[in-house]
Write a protein of this length. Structure first.
Length: 240
């Protein structure tokens, strides 16, 4: 079982580790592309602020993120398990789970780093997979061949990624969808979906689950108290 997660826009800034060392990150096959994307982001962030803000899709109140992008090689790092914040990660509580289990079973996708394991130490940054980063262009397209060559596509892949990050690595996955059901009608509520995915990922990891097939995953999720069903390559989780 491998749980595929998106990153989050919100990031902690309380790093206490050594400066960034790309060669220390997991999946060394990604190092060259990490360096290319990092260099392009640094160059953009060191140029005119308004241009960087436009390319990165930031608001006027997010200018500080551009400054952080310029300082990434010098500031203290922190593990990915603490870096990402927001609804999904608040419910997941990755830093409080067994580190060995989390490292073996979680892969976090990133526009800057490609993928990270929970223990990988990186600095705070701001870059989304939907960005067209000069001179690399669309980041999902830049990462796609690199990730295809580096990542294992076997075993049960439980996909909790958002669409831009799913586009960077296309493999046979079971996509987790979350619906709210009210008076017989189902709808998607983004905040609730993120919270449910985070809570479900935590439950799977904390309970030592290791399903090998979609059917085993469904049984596990039902046993954990969720209402769910398989629909093709989707695991649909339904909340009230």
């Amino acid at each position: 079982m491998l749980i595929l997660l998106p990153p989050s826009e919100g990031k902690a800034c309380d790093g206490d580790g050594p400066p960034l060392d790309l060669t220390a990150l997991s999946l060394p096959a990604l190092t060259a592309t990490r360096e290319r994307v990092l260099g392009a982001l640094e160059a953009l962030s060191s140029g005119p602020v308004e241009n960087a803000r436009r390319v990165l899709g930031l608001s006027a109140g997010q200018i500080a993120a551009i400054e952080r992008n310029r300082e990434m090689r010098a500031v203290p790092t922190l593990p990915a398990s603490r870096l990402y914040t927001g609804v999904l990660y608040d419910n997941l509580g990755l830093a409080t789970l067994d580190p060995e289990r989390a490292t073996r079973s979680v892969l976090i996708f990133s526009a800057l780093w490609g993928t990270l394991r929970p223990g990988d130490r990186v600095p705070p940054y701001r870059l989304s997979m939907g960005v067209k980063l000069p001179p690399l262009g669309p980041l999902a397209a830049a990462w796609r061949p690199v990730l295809a060559a580096a990542l294992p596509a076997d075993g049960l892949l439980i996909d909790m990624r958002s669409a831009p990050y799913a586009a960077a690595w296309k493999a046979p996955t079971i996509r987790v969808r979350v619906f709210r059901e009210h008076q017989g009608r189902r709808s998607v509520v983004s905040h609730m979906a993120k919270a449910t995915r985070g809570a479900l990922a935590r439950a799977l990891l904390a309970n030592g689950a290791d399903p090998a097939t979609p059917e085993e995953l469904l049984k596990t999720v039902l046993d954990l108290g969720y209402t769910a069903e398989l629909n093709g390559t989707n695991l649909d989780v339904v909340t009230g």
